[in-house]
Design a protein around this ligand. Structure first.
Ligand code: AMP
Ligand code: MG
Length: 349
């Protein structure tokens, strides 16, 4: 199949292109589209055949549930059994935006879309082209991240094309994703509500609206013998081809440990990479050194992380060290993704 790639200018969104993309979804096809978090691979959430196609294009197991994207609050009641009070409050505070809420699903959403579950994950993205595209598609776009299974979520249309070119009808190219990490997921079917995936809407921010909000214990540990709460959490997450180790501790000791590791890698003829910050990157001797930006700008770290991980794979890097980005708020989202990419390999120095 030929994949049509079209550029979307956020300031002047071409309505004809959006209508064309929406027509593809209504006809049961697939369109990748920009959101503020990462690119999504969209299909009609109400059409079981479309959801099956999404899994096929991604090469992902079909019991991994998809997020249903809506463009307006009026669309929500039709796809859930009821709208919880908590959902109204959170929508008021954070929609449109990088927050996904899990609720009990209605008959309108087939089990093919929810990976066999009786619950549905719903998000209203803030990206203007995404909102127009969802409207043009009939209002309910099921979308996981637009990467092939086993690759990082795509933060630009170029990566979508690399992974899914020839497998889907269309790619809407809206430039670089503004945030770069996937949405926060909060489960509203349990009491108290629980964060299943950390993101830009932090647990603290959710707590200010709802009172008590839990954070799943498996988010930062290997699994601790606990069964994951979100079905999607059971799958092996993206990990770079190279062996990635996170090093945590005082800056000087981190630098020493990483440089020792890089030196050993060189002796063993391994291609090396390092993830550091503007402040420290000059102190490392790696084949592929990458700075995520200034350490205090955690949003920049989040935005650049997946691109850097893809670059290591593209360059054939075999041994990777990363500095740690511990902290509250968005740092939790960054560390959650980094730990998964590292298979939880972290050294305290
Ligand atoms: P992605 O779209 O690639 O960011 O992944 C979507 C993720 O959302 C899945 O892998 C699950 O972890 C989660 N998810 C979606 N729907 C549900 C649901 N009904 N219950 C729990 N988790 C869900
Ligand atoms: Mg994904």
């Amino acid at each position: 199949m030929d994949t049509k790639v079209v550029r979307i200018d956020q300031q002047h969104i071409d309505r004809a292109l959006i209508r064309e993309a929406g027509g593809i979804i209504k006809a049961g096809g697939l369109v990748a589209f920009p959101t503020e978090t990462v690119y999504g691979l969209g299909g009609d959430a109400t059409n079981p055949a479309s959801s099956r196609k999404i899994y096929e294009a991604k090469g992902r197991p079909s019991d991994n549930p998809l997020i249903v994207h809506i463009a307006r609050m009026e669309s929500l009641p039709a796809i859930v059994r009821y709208v919880p009070e908590a959902a109204k409050k959170l929508a008021e505070a954070f929609w449109p935006g990088p927050l996904t809420m899990i609720m009990e699903k209605s008959e309108a959403i087939p089990k093919e879309t929810t990976g066999g579950l009786d619950t549905v994950a719903v998000r209203m993205p803030s990206h203007p082209a995404a909102l127009q595209f969802i409207d043009a598609s009939g209002g309910y776009v099921a979308a996981p991240s637009a990467n092939r299974s086993g690759r990082p979520s795509p933060t630009s249309a170029r990566y979508v094309e690399e992974d899914l070119g020839g497998r889907i009808e269309m790619i809407l190219d809206g430039g670089d994703a503004q945030l770069g990490l996937e949405s926060t997921i909060v489960d509203l079917t349990v009491e108290p509500p629980a964060v299943l995936r950390p993101g830009f809407i932090t647990r603290e921010a959710l707590g200010e609206v709802l009172g008590q909000v839990e954070q799943d214990v498996t988010l930062f540990s290997d699994d601790g013998g606990q069964a994951p709460r979100a079905p999607g959490m059971k799958y092996r997450h993206y990990a770079p081809n190279g062996v990635l180790t996170i090093v945590r501790g005082p800056a000087e000791e981190v630098a020493r440990y990483i440089n020792d590791g890089l030196a050993e890698g060189r002796i063993n003829n391994k291609k090396t990479g390092v993830i550091a910050t503007d402040e420290t990157i000059g102190g490392y001797k790696a084949d592929v050194p990458r700075s995520v930006g200034k350490r205090r700008d955690i949003n920049a770290v989040a935005k650049g992380l997946y691109r850097i991980l893809r670059e290591f794979d593209d360059e054939g890097v075999e041994l990777i060290y990363s500095e740690s980005f511990d902290g509250d708020g968005v740092s939790q989202a960054v560390m959650n993704r980094l730990l998964k990419a590292a298979g939880h390999r972290m050294i305290d120095v």
